[in-house]
Structures are given as structure tokens and as C-alpha cells.
Design a protein around this ligand. Structure first.
Ligand SMILES: C[S@@+](CC[C@H](N)C(=O)[O-])C[C@H]1O[C@@H](n2cnc3c(N)ncnc32)[C@H](O)[C@@H]1O
Length: 205
């Protein structure tokens, strides 16, 4: 299982910096649209938040009556999540989701967490998730993007990270067995958002 010592150290600062569940109305719209797709899939209310961080989005989905399993490899982040949202089920796990029964999930959300996996590991992870999820399950990925095709490493402040061109992440999803439903690209101009960011929603075939 991966450690995230950088996030352990920064968890409290992260919690102080992040106000509310979302940084922009667009981010919230993406999660709301994901929620609509999950409900429409008719596979139940189980949602897994991969790399939940301080748990703000997991808590938002829980309030919307989803049965959320929040996982994060950083103990510091999990502690912050539990402190702010005591009823949140924050589990010690990473993107491998070894402790999670994905066959019971209707949706998987991974916002700015798969960015910390090397590109080949992202591709393997998506294949693995696809093999364990039921057809119709919905996935929402978000991350820093790039205007050039392909994947490039960038100087993330906490841990090694990669940003993906939207076509490249959609190709990786398709190769694993997920069909794109929609994508958004935002261009936030200030704060710690230095790059365009993608949100991609896809469905397991
Ligand atoms: C930038 S934060 C994003 C947190 C949250 N998803 C959000 O939207 O605000 C990245 C999170 O990914 C987690 N992370 C890092 N490596 C991971 C991995 N291999 N699998 C799952 N999560 C990971 C970190 O511990 C951290 O909490």
C-alpha cells in the first residue's frame, strides 16, 4: 500500500486552506452530474471516493444519501476527514482498493488522486477497477490537465504527480472498458490551480 508522508505533514494546513466541498461551481456541477448518473444506473447507492483527502466531497455525497466508502493512504488526511466528518467511513487504502468490494459499488470518484500514480499504474488501475465493477457503474476522474497530447510529470508541491491531456485519459479509460459520457475542462486562473483541469465521467461497458 502506498504511503503519503507529504500529505500526512500537510493535512492540517490542507484542511485550513480548503473551505467548503468545492473550489468552484463547475467542480460541484461535475460531482452533481456524477451523482445523477449513479442514481440513474440503478445499481444502488454505493460510491467509493478514492484519495478522499480531508473527506469534504465524500461528506457531500453522504449528505446526498449515497453510501460512501472514503479511502486514502495518508493517515493525516484520514484523521482530518474523521475529525471534520465523524460519521464518515475513512478507510486506510489506496487506488488498488484492496479492502473494497467494488462489485457492490455503483460509482467511483477519484479527484486529484490518480495524478499521484505513474501513467502505467493508472492504466493498470483502471483495468483492475473495470474488471471488478458491474456494467453500468459510473466513474468520475478529475486531475490537472495539459494542452499537449500525452502525459507529463509536473512539480506538484506534495508528491510526484502527472497531468494528462483529456483525450489521453479518455483513451486510457476506453482501453480499460469505460465509455466516456462527458468531459469538462476548466481553466482556473489563480490560487494553486496552475493548469487546466479535466473532469471526465465514464460508464463501465
Ligand atoms: C490533492 S488531494 C485530493 C483530495 C480529494 N480527492 C479532493 O478532491 O480534494 C490528493 C489525495 O490523494 C491521495 N493519494 C495519494 N496517492 C494515492 C494513491 N496511490 N491512491 C489513492 N489516493 C492517493 C493523497 O493522500 C491525498 O489525500
Amino acid at each position: 500500500m502506498s504511503d503519503q508522508p507529504g500529505y500526512d505533514v500537510l493535512a492540517q494546513t490542507y484542511a485550513e486552506l480548503i473551505e467548503g466541498a468545492f473550489q468552484s461551481p463547475l467542480e460541484q456541477s461535475a460531482v452533481d452530474a456524477f451523482a445523477v448518473h449513479v442514481r440513474a444506473a440503478g445499481l444502488g447507492t454505493g460510491v467509493v471516493d478514492v484519495g478522499c483527502g480531508i473527506g469534504h466531497v465524500a461528506a457531500y455525497l453522504k449528505t446526498a444519501r449515497f453510501a460512501v466508502t472514503a479511502v486514502d493512504p495518508s493517515r493525516g488526511m484520514r484523521d482530518q476527514a474523521r475529525q471534520t466528518h465523524p460519521d464518515l467511513d475513512a478507510v486506510d487504502d489506496d487506488a488498488s482498493l484492496r479492502t473494497v468490494d467494488l462489485g457492490r459499488a455503483a460509482g467511483v470518484i477519484a479527484r486529484y488522486s490518480l495524478i499521484h500514480l505513474a501513467p502505467e499504474a493508472v492504466r493498470e488501475t483502471l483495468h483492475d477497477w473495470a474488471s471488478r465493477l458491474r456494467p453500468g457503474s459510473v466513474i468520475l476522474l478529475a486531475g490537472q490537465s495539459s494542452d499537449e497530447p500525452g502525459v507529463r510529470e509536473f512539480d506538484h508541491a506534495v508528491s510526484r504527480a502527472w497531468r494528462w491531456h483529456p483525450d489521453t485519459i479518455v483513451d486510457a479509460l476506453a482501453a480499460a472498458g469505460f465509455v466516456e459520457v462527458w468531459r469538462m475542462v476548466s481553466r482556473p486562473a489563480e490560487g494553486f490551480h496552475r493548469f487546466p483541469e479535466f473532469q471526465v465521467c465514464a460508464v463501465r461497458e
